[in-house]
Ligand binder design. Structure first.
Ligand code: GTP
Ligand code: MG
Length: 497
């Protein structure tokens, strides 16, 4: 449980405590009187101008601990709605700890728990629940998308839309009440028009929020790019190429990579987690089998899937295990080796689905030209973006509907990756899971409600059916925030926030 009933003043370093930095910011909140802190500062606190910075020594028993800046935020103008003092001090970790200890041991402060400043801001109604969630997203963002949405939420963009949904709901309720209480004055037809108009407005706002809450966004929050294939396919070679370092061991011994390896790659404002995996094969090695199992787990959830096939070492039984997966790219490696096209023509890829296929020489990082004359993998049509690769056939292929390309592999992967990310985020999806769930439930309730009211003539029953929306709308806006919701939001927060 992370909620703290006491009103004890709290202190924490808000700029991280892992390494030395030039400057660190220490935040103090909840003290009743600024002047009571005078013994710790050389600057005369009675001269403090709120929200202006003042140069001061930090003092302990007449000994100077540090020299830095202090800024005082009185409670009506502070983050927590309590008196707040921010100290910019030298960012040596020992220095920071010494200053924290000073206030904890002699000035009645206690160390703040992670997220406690924000919790106090929420408790004191300085921030709404959605804003806290936005802040959480902002601080833990993996992509520009999350940064932008976190900031939007923090600034109340999404909250304003929720409020207008709530407002439109109140108008529906009012329309129903008018029908019940004043039907004689307003007339049946007029009250029906009033209800229809207000309900259609409510419905429109809900639909547009629902459109932004559909689909699975979990893969967008921390997008993984997985490299899979049999042993010796060239996965680790491609991994190293993309991360630009020899991070993963490459060797011609099958089964070199036994567990998955990850590195972040940054493309167009998004951090992707690139994952090299254990090669898929039958193995008697217990540990290797765990690695292979993990490869499949990552494959199932990954945002972007790359299959690598070495045409000289392919076992179609293992390929069959990948038959249900839609791959974003299929690289057929070892294109620099003589007989590559002959070996490729013997592959049975009839069960593999891939949106893009390229031959690749992972030794020197280049992709080969793709043309009908080179590929004898069966009907060319299925190579295209629109379907699986078809059954193997030796018949003369028709002109492929593939991008004909040649050049380095890295930009090709990056282009495909960032196009997919852009396509999936073009409708500004709502990323917060709690909001998505609330909106989806509201949407289902709305559909249910529409079905019901078509069969109900009694306006009093319509009115009571409408009440079902109130609970979910209140949750969405954050009026109702059960403890477990608060807990799950605050568990991500860091110390000092
Ligand atoms: N000539 C040539 N050799 C390649 C190519 N790709 C990979 N290799 C070599 O093939 C061997 C296996 O490459 P890796 O990258 O370790 O293959 P892997 O898929 O990670 O293999 P496992 O870790 O065993 O699953 C190494 O000796 C690589 O140098 C390629 O396109 N052309
Ligand atoms: Mg490997």
């Amino acid at each position: 449980m992370i909620f703290y009933p006491d009103d004890c003043p709290i202190i924490a370093c808000s700029t991280g405590t892992l390494s030395n930095t030039a400057i660190a910011v220490i935040r103090l909140s909840g003290f009743s009187d600024l002047l009571s802190l005078q013994p710790y500062f050389s600057f005369a606190l009675k001269k403090v101008k709120p929200r202006f910075s003042h140069l001061t020594n930090i003092i302990s028993n007449h000994q100077i601990f540090d020299n830095g800046l202090l800024v005082f935020f009185p409670k009506d103008k502070s983050y927590t709605s309590e008196n707040v003092l921010e100290l910019s001090v030298h960012g040596n970790q020992l220095n920071i700890q010494r200053i924290l200890d000073l206030f904890i041991n002699s000035a009645g402060f206690r160390a703040a728990h992670p997220g406690e400043f924000t919790y106090r801001a929420l408790k004191n109604k300085k921030l709404s629940l959605s804003q806290v969630e936005g802040l959480d997203m902002l601080l833990n963002a993996n992509s520009n998308l999350m940064l932008t949405q976190g900031l939007d939420i923090l600034q109340g963009e999404l909250h304003t839309q929720y409020l207008s949904l709530y407002d439109s709901f109140l108008k529906v309720k009012a329309a129903v009440e008018i029908s019940i209480d004043f039907s004689d004055d307003v007339g049946e037809e007029q009250s029906k028009i009033l209800f229809d108009n207000s309900f259609s407005h409510f419905s429109k706002i809900l639909d547009s929020l629902h459109a932004r809450s559909e689909g699975n966004v979990s893969s967008l929050l921390s997008p993984e790019v997985v490299l899979v294939g049999q042993t010796n396919a060239g996965k680790s070679s491609l991994f190293n190429l993309l991360v630009k370092q020899n991070r993963s061991i490459v060797s011609n011994i099958p089964g070199t990579t036994r567990d998955y390896i990850t590195e972040l790659i940054h493309i167009d404002g998004t951090n992707y987690k690139l994952v090299d995996t254990a090669g898929i094969r039958e193995s008697n090695d217990f540990i290797e089998n765990i690695g292979i199992h993990r490869a499949f787990e990552i494959l199932n959830r990954a945002f972007f899937k790359i299959l690598i096939i070495n045409p000289f070492e392919t076992n179609s039984d293992y390929l069959d295990k990948l038959s249900g997966v839609e791959f974003d790219i299929l690289f057929i490696s070892h294109s620099d080796i003589d007989d590559f096209y002959k070996a490729t023509s013997l592959l049975d890829l009839s069960k593999i689905h891939a949106n893009f296929i390229a031959s690749a020489s992972l030794e020197n990082g280049s992709i080969g030209p793709i043309s009908a004359s080179h590929f004898l993998l069966g009907p060319i049509e299925p190579f295209s973006k629109y379907g699986p690769i078809g059954p193997h056939s030796q018949s003369a292929p028709t002109e492929p509907k593939l991008e004909k390309c040649s050049g380095p592999i890295e930009p090709l992967v990056k282009n495909h990756l960032s196009s997919k990310f852009k396509a999936l985020t073009s409708n500004s999806p709502i990323l917060l899971d709690r909001h998505r769930q609330c909106i989806n439930t509201l949407y289902l309730k709305k559909m249910d409600f529409i079905n019901k009211i078509n069969n109900i003539n009694d306006i009093a029953i319509v009115s009571s059916e409408l009440n079902i929306f109130s609970q979910y709308l209140s949750e969405l806006i954050g009026i109702l925030s059960p403890d477990d919701v608060l807990n799950s939001i605050f568990e991500n927060f860091c110390i000092g926030k």
